[in-house]
Design a protein. Sequence first.
Length: 758
Amino acid sequence: MDLLSRLNLEQQAAVEHGKGPALILAGAGSGKTRVITYRIAYLIRNAASRPENILAVTFTNKAADEMRQRVHGLLGPVRPAEPLISTFHSFCVRLLRREIHRIGYKPDFSIYDSDDQRRLVKRVLQELGKPQSVFQPGRTLSRISYAKSHSVPPASYAGQFPAVDAEDISLIYSRYNARLRSANSLDFDDLLLKAVEILHSFPERRDRYSDQFRYILVDEYQDTNVPQYNLLRLLTSRHDNLFVVGDEDQSIYKFRGATIRNILSFERDFPGARIIKLEQNYRSTKTILDVASAVVRNNTERKEKALWTRNRPGEAATCCRALSPRKEAAWVVGRIGSLLEDNPDLRLAILYRANFLSRNFEDVLLERGIPYAVVGSVAFFGRMEIKDMLAYLRVIFNPEDDVALLRIINTPARGIGATTVELLTRAALDKGIPVSRVLGEFAGDAQLAGRSHRALRRFRQQLEAWMAERDGAGVADVLRGVLEGTAYADMLRRQESSPEAESRIANIEELVRAAEEAEERGETVFEFLDRASLASELDHLDPKARVSLMTVHSAKGLEFDVVFLAGMEEGLFPHALSSSSTEELEEERRLCYVGITRAKERLFLSWTPFRRTFGRDLDGPASPSRFFDEMPFQLLQGWDAAGGFLEEDEEEYEDGQSDQEAEAPVPLKSGRPAAGRDTQDPPRNMQELRAYIQTTQAAGSAAGGRALRPGVRVRHAQFGDGIILKRERSGNDFKLTITFSRVGKKTLIERYARLKVL
DNA sequence: GATTTACGCCTTTTT
DNA sequence: GGCGTAAATC
């Protein structure tokens, strides 16, 4: 097969690029992955490089798997050696398992996931007597992680990130690191930092790896952070065959330390770099591309590029303003149902800004019996019972892993209560040794007697027995031994109603099976544990699932025939917590761009003014996302002249059923109406809707082109100035509830009120 | 030490 | 509104 014939000129140039650095600026859908995989195949096919001299780095395991498969597809699966296609993190783990002894760790280190990290931060806060009310574990942790992902050590924290409590954070950060160190454990950020440290401190190792990986290819380069950049620099010290592919418009991980600087200053960092732009989009219809481009064009921090396509125009994006999250879901799922009826092979996705939105969609999909796959919310490896089992494994293979030990020390309950645990950790802290050592000392102290010491002794014996068996037996056998020795299943049955317990037991069985399969593949325990630690739910995405639910972040790099972007309202998308600065807003906008450009054929956008976040009302109804305003309205179906959107869910409203539990009146916060908000009273059915359009158009002309909607400020000849709270139908007229600053709340008939919009 | 109750936090995105 | 942790009680 001629590799180059299936590529356009720019793609060919990229694939054929010889030695030296190259930056491929590749717009969405322009064949990024294609270029990387073809280049790998090209290098091998043309004997420019031996497979084992090639390293391709991605961000997710899913992307790595896909790349591997595509390379196999191009070259055929049987080769004497494989190119190494890996994520940043798993590449580092591989390196560290071999090299970390050089900086004083043992090769059997544990990897802490975010849950383990949280537990550790909490412990540190307790040790230091810092109140968790002030230093919320989650936030504190994210500040530590932010520092790490900028390669900022505790000592320079306060200098780098000034804040009133910077000294406190610095101290917590430093203690947190010390605890990790003594537990012979690394968190996600450490994987990169320690790999960099080793390559930096041991030039001989650096040269060795740099020699081996003579060709390095990086996907999604715009999302690399400082440690990742440093790693690439070290790995290219003996050559500069660094080939990176990226798109600054798709940079969405700034919050995690990704720095767009890496892409913007690539030419300076790697002199003589060749730059190739891929601007032809092969994925989406012209309409979808135009909508996406129109949005992202509003960013100032970007290189202007002209993404174009030969694809057909396609249909306009369809918009929906729903009266509740539930109805939004009903609309989306209704559309999905009929799309699938027409074409059962479609792949569809519901994308949203935040995970908690998945719930309504799941409910409705379940009710309608449409199979779906959710990505992200509860990962298999994140389940309590799986984490417990893995914690046992971690302790058995790395007894110094304090967090794992403390997790299982009394799970299932074995008589080692809080007081005893406190005693153990206090002693460990005082002596600066891992908890397991203290456990050994306490249990071995014949002086001590009593119930809790008997429990400690029994637990230590059990641990030792497992550890004695661990090397002879496989992981699966060790797991079975743990299950049996702890009667874990009995605990589950005691704790929960039977269906939950049985499903947890089934999960554990699945884990044991996975361990067996790993053994058959010849994996070591650590390879198994590493995979469990680095696995994300994204990796379990079933390619056969017709409907996938996930956050926009998770969707990066994926494509679907049809995309539903849900929750498109102010406060959620852009998120309220990311709307304070232009920088944050630009990241939200890029996120929106990523979401839209996942769609090949059709795009649907939905929002609701009445989303409630955990029980509490928001401050009044939400407005549609500002990103709507940035889209060309002629490319949006359902765009209403009054500036709102047509309700699209005819069935739901014409059968009248769901209208009974009618929506609460516009929940404006009393006393402080949301002035200036672009909201309106929801029509409840098609008649109201038609009437609504008529009157808003009529009222629009009567009131100087502005519609009478809740939130709008008006002036009345007698009552003075006020704000419209509610607008509802009353016979052939509309009744307005208005709160006037002078006379309070009044109800008026729109036709006679002669209001002037302010 | 275990079980029950109350309180508070959370929901921005993730390897 | 739901979950996990901390205090209160058995």
